[in-house]
Write a new protein. Structure first.
Lengths: 313, 318
C-alpha cells in the first residue's frame, strides 16, 4: 500500500516534466520571441532589450545554466509566471483572484450534475427496456449533440433576457447565488446528456450481476438494491469519471464565464486569447495539468483504498 | 470475430467481419437513417468542393451574394432568413458544413497518421520505445483537452512551416484560418487512438496468426502493417465515428473564440456573429448554425454506437 503510493508519486515526476517540456516547446520555441508584439513598432532598442531581458529571450534555449528552459522550469516550480502583457499585473495574482469565482461556479455545477445524473441513471437502469428507458437514451444523445454554445446562448436569451427569471450578466452588487444560478443551471443541463448515458451503462453492467439477483431474491426492495448494492459496486467507474470530468470543468467555465461576465479563470483565459498573451495561457496550461495529475493520483489512491486488489503493474 | 453460430449454419459461405456488420447494421432502421444524414452532409460538402473547383455558377455556394434586405425573418422568400448584410442564412449554414467537415476530416487524418504508427510500435516492440510513447501520451493527456487545443491553436496561428534548403524554400505551408484549427485538433487528438491501438496490438502480437506469419519469414514491419493493423483497424473506425463529433464541436469553439476561419462562414463564426443579434430578437442565424451542428452530431453519435454494437459484440451496450 505505502509502496504503491510512493511509486505512484514518483511516476508523476516524468509526467510533470513532460508537461513543462510541451509548454516550453509551444510557447518558447514555436511561439518564440514576441518582443515586437509587446513593445509595438515605435519602441526603442533599449525598450526591446529590456523586454527581452525580462522574459529571458536573450538567453540560449537549452544548453546553459541560465538557459530559457531552466528558467521555465524554475518559474513553474515556484509558481512565478512573470507579468501579464496586458496590464503588467503578476499572472499568479490574476490566477489567485480568479480561482474563487471560478470555483463558486464549477463546484455547484459539478456536484449538481453528478447527483442528478447518477440518480436519473439509477432510475433509467431500473426501468431498462421500457419506453421510458428508450426515450431517456434518445434525449441523452440529443443533448450530447447540441453544441455547448447553443445551450448558453439560448438559455441566457430565454431564461434571463426574455422571461427575466435571472439576471443576464454579472454585477458586483448581486449576491453570488443570484448571478451564479443561471450559469450553474445551464452547465448542469448541458452536462446531463453524456453523464446520464455513461452512468446508465455503468449501472446496467452491474444490474446483470449475480449479487443483484441474490439481493432481490432475499426480498430487498428496489431502493435497497439500487442504493445499497448497485451504487456501491459502480463506485470505481464513477470515481474515474469524476476525475476525468475535472479538466472539462475548465471548458465549461471558460465559455460560461465569458457569457455571464463572471471574473474567474475562464474569463482570464478568454482575455488572454484575445490579447495573444502566451504567458497567461502557459501558466494556466501548467496549473491545469498539475491539477489533473494531482487528481489522477488521488483517484488511484482512492482505488487502492476502495479495492484492495488494485496494484501498479 | 466469426459469425454467430446460428447464422453460420444457414450460410456455409464464410463471411468477414465487415459483411457481417453491414448485415447487422442494415436491420437497424435508426442507424440507417443516420447513415443517410451523414451521406447527405458528405454529398453536400463534395458538391461544394466540385462546384468551387470547376467554378460552377451555382447559387447554392454563393454565400456572399446579397439576396435581400438585412435581418429578414425565415419565411417563404428566405427559408432561414437573412443575416445583417442580407446574405442568405441557408447558404451560409450549408457552406459551414464544408468548413466543419473539412476540419474534422483533416484532424482525423493527422491524428491517425500519428496515433496508429506510434501505438503499433509501442505495443509491438514494447521496451524503451513503449515507455517513451506511453510517457508522451500520458503527458499530453494530463493537460486538459481544451487548454491543449487552445494553446496549440494560439501558437500555430499565422505561422509558416517552411523547410529551407540552401536559402530557398523547398516546402512551404502557411497556417491560416482552418489550417490552424485542424493542425491544432489533429496534433492533440491522437492520444486516444494511440492508446487503443497499443492495447490491441499487445493483445494480438502473441496470437497464432502472428506466430504463423513470423514462422514463414515475415519481418516486423510486414507483420505490423499487413497482419496486425488490418485486424484491429475496425476499432479505429468506431472510435473515429464518435471522435468526429468532438472534432466538429472543437472547431465550433475555436472559431467562436476567433482562432479559426475568419473570412468564410463556419458554424462557430456564425454563432459568434449571432451572439450580438440574439438580444435584438434575430434568432434564426443562431438556430441555423445550431441545427447544422446538431444533426451531424446526432447522426454520428447514433451511427457510431450502432457501428460499435454491430462490429464488436463484446462491447455491446444493452
Amino acid at each position: 500500500m505505502t509502496a504503491y503510493i510512493i511509486r505512484r508519486l514518483l511516476y508523476t515526476i516524468p509526467v510533470v516534466f513532460g508537461v513543462l517540456l510541451t509548454t516550453f516547446l509551444l510557447f518558447n520555441i514555436v511561439g518564440g520571441d514576441v518582443t515586437d508584439r509587446i513593445a509595438g513598432r515605435a519602441a526603442s532598442a533599449e525598450t526591446r532589450a529590456e523586454i527581452r531581458a525580462e522574459y529571458g529571450w536573450d538567453k540560449p534555449l537549452f544548453f546553459s545554466w541560465d538557459s530559457q528552459f531552466i528558467r521555465h522550469m524554475t518559474n513553474a516550480a515556484t509558481f512565478r509566471f512573470g507579468r501579464s502583457w496586458i496590464d503588467r499585473e503578476p499572472i499568479i495574482d490574476k490566477i489567485r483572484r480568479g480561482a474563487g469565482p471560478s470555483l463558486m461556479l464549477t463546484v455547484p455545477m459539478f456536484v449538481g450534475t453528478l447527483a442528478i445524473s447518477v440518480s436519473l441513471a439509477l432510475a433509467v437502469a431500473f426501468l431498462r427496456g421500457t419506453w421510458f428507458d428508450k426515450i431517456a437514451v434518445v434525449v441523452c444523445v440529443a443533448g450530447m449533440s447540441l453544441p455547448f454554445l447553443s445551450f448558453i446562448l439560448f438559455g441566457q436569451y430565454f431564461l434571463a433576457y426574455k422571461w427575466g427569471l435571472f439576471p443576464v450578466y454579472f454585477w458586483p452588487d448581486l449576491s453570488p447565488p443570484q448571478y451564479l444560478a443561471l450559469p450553474v443551471l445551464i452547465g448542469i443541463a448541458a452536462g446531463l446528456g453524456s453523464n446520464v448515458r455513461f452512468y446508465r451503462t455503468v449501472m446496467l453492467d452491474e444490474m446483470d450481476a449475480d449479487y443483484v439477483r441474490t439481493a432481490f431474491a432475499k426480498g430487498l426492495g428496489p431502493a435497497g438494491v439500487l442504493f445499497k448494492h448497485v451504487l456501491k459496486n459502480g463506485m470505481i467507474p464513477i470515481l474515474t469519471r469524476v476525475v476525468l470530468a475535472v479538466p472539462f470543468l475548465f471548458l465549461g467555465a471558460l465559455l460560461l464565464e465569458r457569457f455571464f461576465g463572471i471574473p474567474g479563470l475562464g474569463y482570464l483565459m478568454i482575455e488572454a486569447i484575445g490579447a495573444r498573451d502566451f504567458q497567461v495561457i502557459n501558466a494556466m496550461t501548467y496549473i491545469g495539468a498539475v491539477l489533473f495529475v494531482g487528481f489522477n493520483l488521488l483517484t488511484d489512491i482512492c482505488y487502492c483504498l476502495v479495492d484492495p486488489r488494485v496494484s501498479l503493474e | 470475430m466469426n459469425n454467430a453460430p446460428g447464422k453460420s449454419e444457414s450460410s456455409p459461405v464464410a463471411r468477414g467481419i465487415w459483411s457481417d456488420a453491414v448485415g447487422r447494421i442494415r436491420k437497424n432502421r435508426l442507424a440507417m437513417a443516420c447513415a443517410v444524414v451523414i451521406a447527405a452532409y458528405i454529398l453536400l460538402v463534395g458538391f461544394i468542393y466540385i462546384a468551387e473547383l470547376f467554378c460552377l455558377d451555382s447559387s447554392l455556394i454563393d454565400w456572399k451574394e446579397i439576396v435581400g434586405p438585412g435581418y429578414r425573418r425565415p419565411g417563404s422568400d428566405f427559408v432561414l432568413g437573412t443575416d445583417f448584410l442580407g446574405r442568405s442564412v441557408l447558404r451560409k449554414t450549408l457552406y459551414g458544413a464544408k468548413i466543419s467537415l473539412t476540419v474534422a476530416f483533416w484532424a482525423s487524418l493527422i491524428s491517425l497518421a500519428i496515433g496508429v504508427p506510434l501505438g503499433a510500435i509501442a505495443g509491438y516492440f514494447r521496451g524503451l520505445a513503449d515507455e517513451l510513447i506511453v510517457w508522451l501520451y500520458t503527458t499530453l493527456s494530463s493537460i486538459p483537452y481544451i487548454l491543449l487545443v487552445l494553446a496549440f491553436a494560439l501558437v500555430l496561428k499565422d505561422k509558416t512551416l517552411a523547410l529551407r534548403l540552401a536559402g530557398t524554400d523547398i516546402f512551404r505551408f502557411e497556417l491560416v484560418g482552418i489550417t490552424t484549427v485542424y493542425m491544432a485538433i489533429g496534433l492533440t487528438g491522437w492520444v486516444g487512438v494511440c492508446r487503443l491501438i497499443r492495447g490491441e496490438v499487445i493483445k494480438h502480437k502473441d496470437r497464432q496468426y502472428v506466430t504463423a506469419a513470423r514462422s514463414y519469414g515475415c519481418g516486423n514491419a510486414r507483420i505490423i502493417t499487413r497482419h496486425i493493423i488490418p485486424n484491429v483497424f475496425h476499432l479505429v473506425i468506431i472510435s473515429f465515428s464518435l471522435r468526429f463529433v468532438t472534432f466538429i464541436q472543437a472547431e465550433v469553439i475555436l472559431s467562436f473564440l476567433g482562432l479559426g476561419e475568419k473570412n468564410r462562414p463556419s458554424w462557430g463564426a456564425m454563432i459568434d456573429a449571432a451572439r450580438l443579434d440574439l438580444p435584438k430578437g434575430y434568432w434564426w442565424e443562431m438556430a441555423a448554425a445550431t441545427g447544422g451542428i446538431f444533426f451531424i452530431s446526432l447522426a454520428l453519435n447514433i451511427f457510431g454506437d450502432a457501428l460499435r454494437d454491430s462490429l464488436d459484440p463484446k462491447l455491446r451496450i444493452q
